[in-house]
Design a binder for this molecule. Structure first.
Ligand code: IMP
Length: 212
């Protein structure tokens, strides 16, 4: 019997960070996020913020998926700079609310964004619902020439009956990650930053960059 082995070799040849060094742009104005990711990058990569590359336009997040919004941002910055660019987008998804707040997480209770009002809206809509499972999902889109790559990070948990804790931001006080008793706002920042949706998505991006 003869066997045919097929190897699928991915086309990862676009990032020549070993020899030439590669500049990447993180499509965010959040300097804290940029420094955090910069510290994780493998050798040969340099990270630029939007300020570093002089990109000051506002990019409206008009897509109806996290992937779509992350791509809008990364593509706009790639088009302007011709440098490999990536962007992230995150949402809290609650199946009992048909996936809300989801892609609208930042402005669930209206504009301008108000974390307290957003949490209150979630608690009101869930009211006494026994089904309180939820998850955070982060999507990163990386654009380089014709190539688009997506990286995902997800953490499951439960929505509390009322907010607990003062750390973190956004929906942290009402979200308890699976396997923990404390809310994201009660957990030490180092723990949240290790297990979070965002950490998982960025680890996946870093892993990809290390292999290419
Ligand atoms: P962004 O895409 O990172 O700007 O996140 C969109 C919205 O999701 C934020 O405005 C928050 O309301 C919510 N969010 C994102 N990440 C977290 C988190 O780690 N904890 C709590 N809420 C978050």
């Amino acid at each position: 019997m003869s066997r045919i082995l097929i190897y699928i070799v991915p086309k990862f040849t676009t990032f020549d960070h070993q020899n030439a060094g590669v500049e990447l742009v993180f499509a965010t104005h959040n300097k804290h996020k940029v420094r955090e990711v910069e510290a994780m990058l493998p050798e040969g990569y340099t990270l630029k913020s939007l300020d570093d590359v002089g990109f000051h336009k506002d990019i409206p997040e008009t897509a109806d998926t996290l992937e779509g919004n992350a791509l809008l941002k990364a593509q706009a910055v790639f088009d302007a700079t011709q440098l490999p660019s990536f962007a992230d987008d995150t949402g809290l998804f609650i199946p009992a609310l048909n996936g809300a707040p989801g892609v609208l997480s930042a402005r669930f209770a209206g504009s301008p964004p108000d974390a307290g009002a957003n949490m209150q809206k979630v608690l009101t809509e869930l009211s006494a619902s026994a089904k309180r499972d939820a998850y955070f999902l982060t999507v990163i889109a990386l654009v380089n020439n014709e190539d688009i790559y997506y990286f995902h990070g997800k953490i499951a948990g439960e929505i509390l009956q009322e907010p607990r804790g003062t750390g973190g931001f956004g929906y942290d006080p009402i979200f308890v990650p699976k396997g923990y008793d404390l809310s994201f706002a009660e957990l030490a920042a180092e723990i949240k930053n290790e297990i979070s949706h965002r950490a998982l998505a960025f680890n996946s991006l870093i892993d990809f960059l290390s292999r290419t």
